[in-house]
Design a protein around this ligand. Structure first.
Ligand code: NDP
Ligand code: GDR
Length: 397
């Protein structure tokens, strides 16, 4: 299955698949326009601004709000190459607007120009290991970015409703199980600490200035659009590559870390519901069930009919299929301070928002593995499918 190409052939092949990908995206756009008519709403269209549009959640939320009949504005920062892969099929229906949450002037101009009724702040340095290697920029984006938006709202239009993407990482070394809105925070990474600031400043602006500002304390949520560094997608993508013969094994960190994993497509509805209530409040969003990293690997290999068995302990542990090593533990993926176990109690969201997750753990992993398999089968192994992102934590190797 492994094919070697000359550089020229490689470039041609990549270009060919890019065109093929664009055609497929165009088809998706036509299909989604046909099958998902915008909900009829006689009132004037609501305007929403999403920061972090190009990320996983930005893409799902934009799609959700478009279906609700919103006029959607998506803020994105300038990058040396365009990175609209996740929103390609929606792109013509979203108003893209340049900006950066660390630059308050850019936010103020956007608010004046767009005049949104709702802002969803999804912009973030969201990869926990990178917060040890880039703590200052993590705090600039995840902490100061939040106060930049809140200040802009306060100065320009205090009626704008605000959603802050808070995180279960704030619970860190969790002080009780499962975690609720009342569980004390104990963050274990610069990322977690930065999100605690974002949480409190949101609450503080609500209490100080009466802003309609809510924290969604979201537990891990995943999807085929998840970045390939995060553990679920790293596993689904690696298992698909192994199944198709592109790779022999992959390396992993802490197999026994447990999280409450849900589907991103379900969670964006909860964000929207929070801003439709009479009173602004904070809500824990999760499934109420936990699984380990090991469970994801077992399930992913089960889906491709390559069941594995585990041998050894600690960094010497390996996962084998038919006697061949397909998973190796590597300390390079261990974190300086680990969050061992997070488990949501989403009762408040269920009672007050009427929100319940629709996708269970097995369905989520199946969706992700099948998506990676289908993509690899259709396009072959592209440069972007190689495991360059597996180098996270290189500084601690
Ligand atoms: P992603 O990493 O997929 O997306 C993050 C988005 O933020 C990207 O669009 C990124 O842009 C953008 N961004 C980063 N820095 C800036 C900046 N300075 N100005 C403007 N935009 C910026 O994350 P997710 O979609 O998974 O998560 C969305 C938010 O929710 C994040 O804040 C994350 O911390 C938080 N969160 C996520 C959870 C999850 O399980 N997914 C759980 C709890 C909270 P670019 O594409 O240019 O990098
Ligand atoms: P997390 O997600 O840190 O919880 O943050 P991630 O998928 O990165 O890690 C989850 C758990 O898996 C363990 N793990 C590995 N993680 C990665 N990335 N790579 C590995 O090889 C690996 N091996 C084991 C980790 O140690 C960890 O315990 C996500 C992000 O979306 C945050 O932005 C968000 O706030 C939280 O979820 C809720």
């Amino acid at each position: 299955m492994n094919k070697e190409y000359s550089n020229e052939a490689k470039e041609l092949r990549e270009a060919f698949f890019k065109v093929k990908q664009d055609i497929n995206l165009l088809k998706d756009e036509i299909i989604s326009l046909k099958k998902e008519p915008i909900e009829k709403n006689n009132s004037i269209k609501k305007r929403a601004l999403i920061t972090g549009l190009t990320g996983q959640d930005g893409a799902y939320l934009a799609e959700f709000l478009l279906k609700k009949g919103y006029e959607v504005y998506g803020m994105h920062r300038r990058t040396s190459m365009e990175i609209f892969e996740r929103i390609q099929s929606l792109r013509k229906r979203i108003n893209l607007i340049d900006g950066d949450v660390t630059d308050m002037g850019s936010i103020m101009s956007i608010l004046k120009e767009v005049q949104p009724e709702e802002i969803y702040n999804l912009a973030g340095q969201s990869f926990v290991p990178a917060s040890w290697t880039q703590p200052i920029s993590t705090i600039k984006i995840n902490s100061l970015g939040v106060v930049n938006i809140l200040e802009s709202i306060r100065l320009i239009n205090p009626k704008i409703k605000f959603y802050q993407a808070s995180s279960s990482e704030m619970f860190g070394k969790a002080q009780e199980f499962p975690q609720t809105e009342k569980t004390p925070f104990y963050p274990r990474s610069p990322y977690g600490v930065s999100k605690v600031f974002g949480y409190w400043i949101t609450k503080n602006y609500r209490e100080s200035y009466g802003l309609f500002a809510c924290n969604g304390i979201l537990f891990n949520h995943e999807s085929p659009k998840r970045g390939k560094q995060f553990v679920t997608r790293k596993i689904s993508h690696s298992v698909a590559k192994i199944k198709l013969g592109y790779q022999d094994f992959f390396e992993i960190g802490n197999l026994d870390a447990k999280r409450d994993w849900g589907f991103a497509g379900d969670y964006v509805e909860a964000m929207w519901l929070m801003l439709q209530q009479n009173k602004p409040e904070d809500y824990v969003i999760g499934t109420g069930k936990t699984h380990s990293v090991r469970d994801i690997i077992d399930e992913a290999f089960r889906i491709v009919e390559m069941p594995i068995t585990w041998e050894g302990k600690g960094v010497n542990e390996v996962g084998k299929h038919n006697g061949k090593v397909v998973v190796k533990v590597s300390s390079k993926f261990y974190r300086p301070a680990e969050v061992e176990h997070l488990w949501a109690n989403p009762s408040k969201a269920k009672k007050e928002l009427g929100w319940i997750p629709k996708t269970n753990f097995k369905e989520l992993i199946k969706m992700m593995v099948e998506s990676d398999l289908n993509h690899l089968k259709e396009y072959g192994l592209l440069e972007s499918d190689r495991s360059r992102l597996d180098i996270n934590n290189v500084r601690r190797e």
